[in-house]
Design a protein around this ligand. Structure first.
Ligand SMILES: [Zn+2]
Length: 87
């Protein structure tokens, strides 16, 4: 597997959402709904859903193509909201 080239990427800790502290109440998970995440953790999950290595997709003609480069789309907290591949 090759490392995917991610355009519009930021250095670790530089995106706005990374500067928002986590406000999840740690240790009270039984009282809290487990899926209720703070803004920081929601953004982090979105970041973790971004692929990091090359992957195969089918093009319009049904042929397999390897995606080596993507363009990240960011929201107002600079959190990843999606991406499109470039090839
Ligand atoms: Zn949190």
């Amino acid at each position: 597997m090759h490392k995917l080239k991610i355009n519009n990427s930021k250095k670790k800790g530089e995106a706005l959402w990374e500067k928002i502290p986590c406000t999840c109440k740690k240790g009270t998970i039984i009282q809290e709904h487990p899926y209720k995440l703070c803004t920081h953790c929601k953004c982090k999950l979105q970041w973790l859903s971004v692929p990091q290595t090359n992957f195969i997709v089918k093009n319009k003609k049904g042929k397999d193509i390897e995606v080596k480069e993507i363009l990240l789309k960011r929201g107002k907290l600079e959190e990843p909201q999606g991406w499109e591949f470039l090839s």
